[in-house]
Write a protein that binds this ligand. Structure first.
Ligand SMILES: NC(=O)c1ccc[n+]([C@@H]2O[C@H](COP(=O)([O-])OP(=O)(O)OC[C@H]3O[C@@H](n4cnc5c(N)ncnc54)[C@H](OP(=O)(O)O)[C@@H]3O)[C@@H](O)[C@H]2O)c1
Length: 346
């Protein structure tokens, strides 16, 4: 019988949450996994399917089912059982509200791994949910390079077999004791089949996060506003001056981040030419893809803009760096989302 410290809870049962939960239960002798449902209808739907999750590698691949998940409905009669290992796979903008109902079960004994796009969620959690640094959980951050979508509730499609993920423990003043605490969840995720996860030290993970953010700051808002696939962003020469202005602001913010000064990271990696080559490379590799922000907007859902270009704005403001181009795109995305949501409500 595994101890409660070896049990994993999953919050956010969309594409990534389903994929990660399925991968963990695909391990030989897997740990117990509890799916946290935030809506009664979701809980009932999972229950009626016998708490099973399915995964297909590509649309036509065979369905691989995994079972024996535990389920919990959040809300009405809140449990007080401590949560030791939590995987968060809600959209960045839902992080604080999603953790609110379980915050009393989380603390110094907990490790939280965020599998999300964007930056700034941990600052929000620290400010609004865990203000006391001595009792807050240990954070891990996972960067996903898999493409996953849901065919239906509890059935995820993995777009290809060559995706991967990077994982690391987020820097803190008491890094050493935090490391041993996070080891159980780290080990499970590194071994989980199909996740193809590598472990990175904090400096390397932070570097990868910043590169990914730069790519998202260019690709996401432009594809969403213009309603085009990624490739169009590289081909349309009218957009190139805009790319340059965005990357100029992003590069200045990155190179002046105070947290970068204490890390062994060459600041020239964030020069405009260097960021430009990272972005061009990604546009080329994902030319046929439709970005998550474009898809969110098409479906009338909130986007993650406030944790992508919005993070650049927040940090730029703190550092006294003008980020007007990022501000302008952020406002346009918010405005277009509002129109989409209003249309949906009509
Ligand atoms: N999918 C990918 O291929 C991919 C790749 C790389 C990175 N990412 C990143 O991974 C993160 C998750 O993306 P995703 O594609 O899995 O999103 P998703 O399919 O939209 O899943 C998010 C899930 O969170 C649930 N949720 C919303 N509010 C909640 C709350 N308060 N409490 C608990 N659950 C809540 C949503 O339920 P409702 O149905 O009620 O809204 C939904 O099931 C995002 O940051 C995304 O950018 C995704």
């Amino acid at each position: 019988m595994p101890s409660p410290t070896q049990s994993i809870h999953i919050l956010g049962l969309g594409s990534i949450g389903t994929f990660v939960a399925h991968s963990i239960r695909s391990l030989p002798s897997p740990p117990p996994v509890t799916l946290l449902a935030h809506r009664p209808a979701l809980y009932q739907e999972f229950a009626s399917r016998g708490w099973k999750l399915g995964l297909r590698l590509t649309e036509d691949g065979p369905l691989q089912e995994r079972g024996d998940f535990n389920g919990e409905l959040l809300g009405k009669t809140p449990s007080t059982n401590p949560i030791h290992n939590l995987i968060v796979a809600v959209k960045a903008s839902a992080t604080v509200s999603a953790l609110e109902p379980i915050k009393h079960r989380l603390g110094r004994h907990s490790t939280i791994c965020l599998f999300q796009n964007g930056m700034g969620q941990i600052d929000d959690l620290n400010e609004r949910i865990f203000p006391d640094a001595s009792t807050r959980p240990t954070y891990m951050f996972g960067i996903m390079r898999h493409g996953v979508y849901l065919r239906s509730l509890a059935e995820a499609i993995l777009a290809g077999a060559n995706g991967s993920a990077s994982l690391g423990i987020v820097d803190s003043n008491d890094q050493e004791s935090r490391r041993s605490q996070a080891e159980f969840l780290m080990d499970v995720l590194l071994r989980a089949p199909s996740l193809n996860c590598e472990r990175l030290q904090w400096a390397d993970l932070f570097k990868v996060q910043l590169f990914k953010l730069a790519v998202n700051c260019v690709l996401n808002p432009l594809t969403a506003i213009l309603d085009v696939r990624n490739g169009c962003i590289g081909e349309n020469s009218n957009l190139w001056p805009l790319h340059d202005r965005l990357l100029q602001e992003i590069s200045t913010v990155f190179q002046n981040l105070p947290e970068l000064q204490s890390l062994p990271i060459d600041r020239n990696l964030f020069s405009v030419p260097s960021l430009k080559s990272v972005v061009s490379d990604m546009v080329e590799k994902t030319a046929q893809n439709s970005s998550s922000m474009r898809e969110d907007m098409r479906k009338g859902r909130a986007t993650e803009i406030e944790y992508i270009n919005g993070w650049i704005l927040r940090r730029g403001k703190e550092l006294g760096i003008n980020c007007d181009t990022n501000a302008c795109l952020t406002q346009l995305v918010l405005a277009k989302s509002q129109i989409g949501m209003n249309d949906g409500a009509r």
